[in-house]
Design a protein around this ligand. Structure first.
Ligand SMILES: CC(C)(COP(=O)(O)OP(=O)(O)OC[C@H]1O[C@@H](n2cnc3c(N)ncnc32)[C@H](O)[C@@H]1OP(=O)(O)O)[C@@H](O)C(=O)NCCC(=O)NCCS
Length: 137
């Protein structure tokens, strides 16, 4: 957890403060959204847009992570397609997604929703290679 996201010594932000900020701030065009199943209404992970600054300016990254017990049922693909629609309607023209080269499932999801790999890569001796993928909207 990066320091700027931690709860401070006085307990802020409180749950009520976070809730209020989510309810009143209509201007967000990026952020991670809860993925909720339509039939069972359970939250199974997140999917959304992150202003990581790793792509180009004004072009956020798609990010997703789901609970292991729901993997391989198409949920990440479905959630990503919904987020792409949100990004398009917010006026973005291009998105990025970064993924470890060994993350086969994530690479497959990105390919299925239309991301293509670029020339750009970052090699980390300990973890592997980060691939930069992109998609026009
Ligand atoms: C990546 C992740 C979100 C995928 O979620 P998901 O709901 O299982 O994804 P989907 O079911 O929509 O699609 C997964 C695809 O990968 C394939 N796949 C999954 N594991 C695989 C493996 N080990 N080898 C080959 N293909 C694999 C599935 O067969 C499916 O492809 P298909 O539709 O062609 O059959 C999930 O695995 C996850 O949360 N992983 C941990 C967090 C993470 O890595 N996030 C991404 C960081 S970039």
């Amino acid at each position: 957890m990066p320091p700027h996201r931690r709860i401070d010594a006085d307990g802020h932000p409180t749950v009520a403060e976070l809730e209020n900020s989510i309810r009143t701030n209509q201007l967000w065009s990026t952020g991670l959204l809860a993925v909720e199943r339509k039939a069972s209404h359970d939250v199974i992970g997140y999917c959304g847009l992150v202003d990581s600054g790793r792509g180009a300016a004004g072009e956020p990254e798609l990010a997703f992570e789901l609970l292991r017990r729901v993997w391989c049922q198409g949920y990440a693909t479905e959630a990503s397609l919904a987020v792409l629609e949100w990004a398009r309607s917010s006026g973005y023209e291009r998105l990025w997604a970064t993924v470890w080269d060994w993350n086969t499932a994530s690479r497959r999801v990105l390919a299925k929703v239309g991301f293509t790999e670029t020339e750009r890569k970052e090699v980390d001796a300990a973890y592997g290679t980060t691939l930069f993928t992109t998609r026009r909207l």
